[in-house]
Design a protein around this ligand. Structure first.
Ligand SMILES: [Zn+2]
Length: 452
């Protein structure tokens, strides 16, 4: 009776994975945790190269580093994809002071926003505080002209996923300088996009709208922002600042790509971004994603995996200040008439993986959720609709029906160090990084097995 029942259950079962899948994934985890190379590769990227903003000498060295490492693993193909990237340099002078009516002075923890123009010497202005970009847009030129606008929007601490708090504050960094320029402000300072109250400023990209008056933009630490608000509640506060950052001509750079040949030409791509901000070491953002991505291909090869589809690991260049790598990759794919069925990204740090964010149709989301019982054995519980990643995003324009996935990572500490000098190798836990690499390998394997 028991045998009949088992056969019956087997026949009606809609389970899309088998015992061999479970066994394979167990082997992936064993390899990542016992013989993993992600941590040593990340150490090399962070310590031997360091911070690597697109257009910098370090970014060029990171391209050489990536190509050499991928070649050393003997993958079927390793090649570079040429792109043009922006070139901005922070320069050597970066300072700001606030002075209140009592003559008290405080030197600020300040970092120019990426892409900002310099101040052309020391500038001075009265500070005008606003709570958001929307609040700034309601002001008139008369109210703003000649002042230094301080946009002070804090992370909403109630949000469990810190990426949501970041997203809500993003406009103050991305658009605040442009909006203040339209009203003839002298410069902009923003409260750093960060979770904690501390003394570390966080940089990040900003955009000048076409044709607007380009004024300097900088971030100050959250502690400075809180203190500045207190000073402003008591009276006028002046700001003196100087920055010699500068935009240069675009430069040539590269995406670095490795491939495993499949039984067909359909492509599953995955990756992270090789560039980072110019402070810290880009360890979590996105050295971890690079380490995960390379390790995934290493593990698949080491386990002797024979892929159904063409598997492609992409180290994208220039996610941080232009996404030129992601855009070029998608455009070239379409020009070459490639058939892309899936793309996966790791760009949420090297902390503990929680599951996958799925960007796809209801049917595609359900397909991934069917793996839940098997994934739960590896503590991957989060299988929800979400954003795949910035680098892989442009593929959707050419391949609207493809599924995209992002590795979902515990986000609680990410914005303590994101885009700041604290984003260094020492802040990455070896085991958590290895689990992230295994989670990435697992989803690549499952998609290769499942997608037709
Ligand atoms: Zn990133």
């Amino acid at each position: 009776m028991k045998l009949f029942l088992s056969i019956f259950l087997l026949l009606v079962s809609t389970q899309i994975y088998s015992q061999s899948d479970t066994e394979f994934i167990r082997k992936v985890y064993d390899e990542a945790l016992e013989r993993g190379e992600s941590h040593q590769n990340l150490r090399s990227l962070c310590k031997d190269i360091g911070a690597r903003l697109a257009g910098s000498a370090e970014a060029e060295m990171a391209v050489v580093w990536g190509e050499k490492l991928l070649n050393s693993y003997g993958f079927d193909k390793v090649y570079l994809q040429e792109i043009k990237v922006p070139h901005w340099e922070r320069g050597t002078t970066e300072a700001g002071w606030i002075i209140n009516e009592q003559g008290e002075t405080l030197k600020l923890d300040i970092l120019a926003l990426g892409g900002s123009v310099g101040t052309k010497g020391l500038i001075e202005g009265e500070i005008l505080e606003v709570a958001s970009v929307k609040a700034l847009q309601k002001l008139t030129t008369k109210e703003v002209e000649g002042k230094i606008v301080f946009i002070n929007k804090a992370f909403d601490q109630k949000l469990i996923q810190t990426f949501k708090a970041y997203g809500a504050c993003y406009p103050i960094r991305g658009n605040g300088t442009s909006e203040a320029g339209k009203l003839n402000a002298k410069a902009v300072i923003i409260r750093s996009l960060a979770t904690p109250e501390d003394n570390f400023p966080h940089t990040g990209t900003m955009n000048y709208e076409e044709g607007v008056n380009q004024i300097p933009g900088a971030a100050i630490s959250t502690n400075n922002a809180t203190l500045l608000t207190q000073w402003l509640s008591k009276g006028k506060v002046m700001l003196k600042m100087e920055m010699d950052c500068k935009v240069f001509e675009d430069k040539t750079s590269y995406n670095v790509i490795a491939e495993m040949t499949g039984k067909d030409d359909k492509i599953i791509s995955w990756g992270g971004h090789l560039d980072s901000w110019d402070v810290g070491e880009g360890a979590h953002d996105d050295g971890a994603g690079i380490a995960h991505s390379i390790e995934a291909m290493r593990i698949l090869k080491t386990l002797g995996y024979q892929p159904n589809h063409t598997l492609r690991c992409v180290l994208f260049m220039n996610e941080e200040n232009g996404n030129r790598g992601g855009k070029a990759y998608a455009k070239i794919a379409s020009e070459n008439k490639e058939e892309h069925i899936c793309a996966i990204e790791s760009d949420n740090g090297g902390f503990l993986p929680l599951g996958y964010k799925i960007d796809g149709s209801e049917k595609q989301i359900e397909m991934v959720q069917q793996f839940r019982p098997m994934l739960e054995d590896f503590e991957l519980y989060s299988l929800k609709k979400g954003h795949g990643g910035v680098d892989i995003g442009p593929l959707k324009e050419y391949y609207p029906d493809m599924i995209q996935l992002g590795i979902a990572i515990n986000s609680q500490e990410y914005f303590n160090l994101h885009h700041s000098k604290n984003d260094v190798f020492e802040m990455v836990n070896k085991r958590e990084l290895e689990l992230g690499a295994a989670a990435m390998t697992t989803i690549i394997y499952l998609m290769d097995q499942t997608l037709k």
